[in-house]
Design a protein around this ligand. Structure first.
Ligand code: NAD
Length: 283
């Protein structure tokens, strides 16, 4: 399928990065969100991110202007009707996504592919909420989207090989590398990464070491580019908790139980960078 216009649903941490990489690669992008403020924030974030690329001589001012001109932002979801591909990056909640995909199925043109950036939720379950399960696929980007090269392409039980082939070409066209994954809780990366972050929260709560020491240990001892707790702040503690809940409920093993401190911090509203407070403060 010839994909030219991409609708991004949800303009938060991930949605703005996804819109940016598509626009820079020459795709028309329609960025949607229920919140006009989120759309404004996203547009400013993209503009600032492209300014940084100009400063590093990786982009010219003209290229930035052209990329920004390819992005339109709206709270009117009906505008998604002429998109060839929809990439959903809204809340990590199964009931929510099932309902949303039912709605998007009613708006998108019949030949459009519906992709979800879900971190952990079953693509087969999301696909079953639509009348086009063969055109539903997981397109899992990593944070920060403009920097990280991987996109996990997740095949649900009913995803058609043509859908996968179309998105494999799209992933390469935006300069990223696809990895083919079968639908399974947390897919590949989060199945391993999120339990590691969760364990770091247990280590912190048990007083084994401070947040700074835990992060320094994993950077210096395991050669990780960022410590697990700083990474959790970047991901969002609510998103990390949502992934652990999916792993715990679907794989039914106690090793995936969310750390109580993580649960309490989410309850307290300490969600990481996006609320300026997580394991670290960002004021
Ligand atoms: P976020 O909280 O930063 O942003 C979510 C956005 O969705 C908000 O702007 C919100 O207004 C919007 N939204 C809520 N309801 C909506 C609706 N009905 N229609 C359209 N927009 C709606 O979340 P995020 O971190 O960007 O995560 C988005 C998705 O991407 C989740 O499924 C998450 O699991 C996944 N993901 C997140 C990360 C990460 O590191 N944060 C990485 C990979 C995948």
């Amino acid at each position: 399928m010839d994909i030219k216009k991409v609708g991004v649903v949800g303009a938060g941490t991930m949605g703005n990065g996804i819109a940016q990489v598509f626009a820079v690669a020459g795709f028309e992008v329609l960025l949607t969100d229920i919140s006009a403020a989120a759309l404004e924030r996203a547009t400013n974030t993209i503009s600032g991110s492209l300014d940084r690329l100009i400063k590093k001589d990786k982009m010219t001012a003209d290229q930035k202007a052209a990329a920004m001109a390819r992005i339109s932002a709206t709270t009117e979801f009906g505008a998604l009707a002429d998109a060839d591909l929809l990439v959903e990056a809204a809340l990590e909640n199964e009931e929510f996504k099932v309902k949303l995909f039912g709605q998007l199925d009613g708006i998108a043109k019949p030949e459009a592919i519906l992709a979800s950036n879900t971190s952990s939720i079953s693509i087969s379950r999301i696909a079953a909420a639509t009348k086009r399960p063969e055109k539903v696929i997981g397109m899992h980007f990593f944070n920060p989207v403009p920097l990280l090269e991987l996109v996990e392409l997740v095949n649900g039980l009913r995803t058609a090989p043509e859908t996968y082939a179309s998105l494999e070409a799209v992933v390469r066209a935006i300069g990223k590398s696809p990895v083919k994954v079968r639908n399974s809780p947390g897919f590949v990366v989060n199945r391993m990464l999120c339990p590691m972050i969760n364990e770091a929260v247990f280590v912190l709560a048990e007083g084994v070491a401070s947040a700074e020491e835990i992060d320094a240990a994993m950077k210096l001892g395991a050669n990780h580019p960022i410590g697990p707790l700083a990474l959790c702040d970047l991901i969002g503690l609510d998103v990390q908790l949502a992934v652990m809940n999916v792993l715990h409920h679907s794989l039914r093993e106690s090793k995936y139980r969310p750390a109580p401190l993580l649960v309490e911090m989410v309850e307290a509203g300490y969600l990481g960078r996006k609320t300026k407070r997580g394991f670290y403060s960002y004021d």
